[in-house]
Design a protein around this ligand. Structure first.
Ligand code: FE2
Length: 383
């Protein structure tokens, strides 16, 4: 951690500039510092939640003084409240926002690493029983899910509903109209093409939901049929490739909403309007939605751009279909895999002939997984 050498009020006390040993400065606004004060009158000591609203802070808030106590702590006096608050230098460093890195649309968040078919040689995998009994191992596996958006679990019970035990490792099932979980095996009159022996193009699940389920688990109970391999593709890597080839095509897919719907069973009419490549307002790549089966007529692209939109949509699909992008494997009974359904596409090769293929699937959400991971990381060494 860098240390602060001096503190100087700037802009009439509406901000403070902290100077590092190398001469660089990090600035903070008075209103930001006051809102983020860590004293017991501003934040509840027990749960860390803020006790005040912004309207409790005077509009005219200024800094009257800024004093460094050694390099470890900054003490500030706010006027007109006459309030004295101290911040640890490490806290300020960790929460600095005075950066000006230009970021191109599609930048990736921390802890995200994109991949292609070469991940076949290093699929992040954990043994179910070990993950259950050793939270350090569980934490490493959850961190891999956060990094790659995909991981396998081996050695689970060969029992209907066992996939819920995988979810219990980190969070909660997302129940939908398909139930707490759903069967993925050949049906006579399927309500969804997933329940046939047809091969399926790589896709994200349920883009017709809003919010979309952010995790999916597919769990194998039987897999003696010929074929039926599972395959995954990193949608973030596909988006990066599209952007590198054609920034204009990339822009087509994040600047316009697609539409998705599902009406395969009685009483269900799901629809959502979202882009195939979703960026945050500051350009962070946050989600992929890609599903040929449930893509509805796209009507939110102007006539003059529709041909270019379709060219980009086609190229994005070609990149996704590129074998070099694919990680494929055949699940054995008791094995499963998890995908970040806002990032990693999954697919199945067609299967037929003697034997059987029986998978069960369910949805869950990343908030629970990341929360469990965060708690394990915070308790590092003590979990
Ligand atoms: Fe699927």
């Amino acid at each position: 951690m860098r240390t602060f050498m001096s503190a100087e009020l700037i802009d009439g006390g509406t901000a403070v500039a902290l100077t590092h040993a190398d001469g660089t400065q990090t600035r903070f606004h008075a209103i930001w510092l006051r809102d983020n004060a860590l004293d017991a009158e501003t934040r509840a000591e027990a749960n860390g939640q803020r006790l005040i609203t912004l309207s409790d802070i005077p509009k005219t808030t200024r800094l009257a003084s800024a004093t460094l106590n050694g390099s470890d702590e900054l003490t500030l006096v706010f006027q007109p409240e006459g309030k004295t608050v101290s911040f640890a230098s490490a806290w300020l460093e960790a929460h600095a926002y005075d950066t000006s890195q230009p970021r191109q649309p599609g930048w990736l968040g921390a802890n995200i690493e994109t991949w292609d078919g070469t991940l076949n040689d290093a699929i992040p995998t954990v043994d179910f029983q070990t993950a259950k009994s050793d939270c350090t191992v569980l934490g490493d596996w959850l961190a891999a899910v956060r990094r790659y958006g995909f991981a396998k679990i081996t050695g689970g019970p060969i029992k209907s509903g066992a996939l819920l035990k995988v979810v219990e490792l980190f969070g909660y099932v997302r129940e939908t109209n398909y139930g707490k979980w759903f069967e993925v095996r050949t049906e006579v009159n399927p309500t969804n093409l997933a329940y046939t022996g047809l091969g399926l193009q790589a896709h994200t699940d349920n883009p017709y939901r809003d919010p979309v389920p952010t995790l999916q688990i597919l769990y194998c109970l039987e897999n003696s049929a010929s074929g039926g391999d599972s395959m995954v593709v990193d949608g973030f890597r596909a988006a990066e490739r599209l952007r590198a080839e054609s920034p204009e095509g990339f822009a087509m897919l994040w600047q316009h909403c697609a539409r998705f719907d599902y009406a395969g069973s009685a009483g269900v009419r799901l629809s959502a309007r979202r882009p195939m490549i979703e960026l945050a307002p500051d350009g962070e790549l946050i989600a992929i939605r890609f599903n040929n089966r449930s893509c509805a007529p796209i009507i939110d692209v102007p006539y003059d751009r529709m041909a270019d939109y379709y060219a980009a949509y086609r190229r994005f699909g070609e990149i996704i279909d590129d074998p070099e992008m694919q990680v494929s494997f055949k699940l054995q009974p008791g094995e499963s895999f998890i995908v970040d359904n806002t990032r990693v596409l999954h697919a199945r090769k067609g299967y037929s002939g003697a034997g059987s293929r029986w998978l069960q699937g369910c949805y869950a959400d990343k908030d629970g997984l990341l929360s469990t991971l965060g708690a394990i990381e915070q308790a590092q060494g003590g979990c």
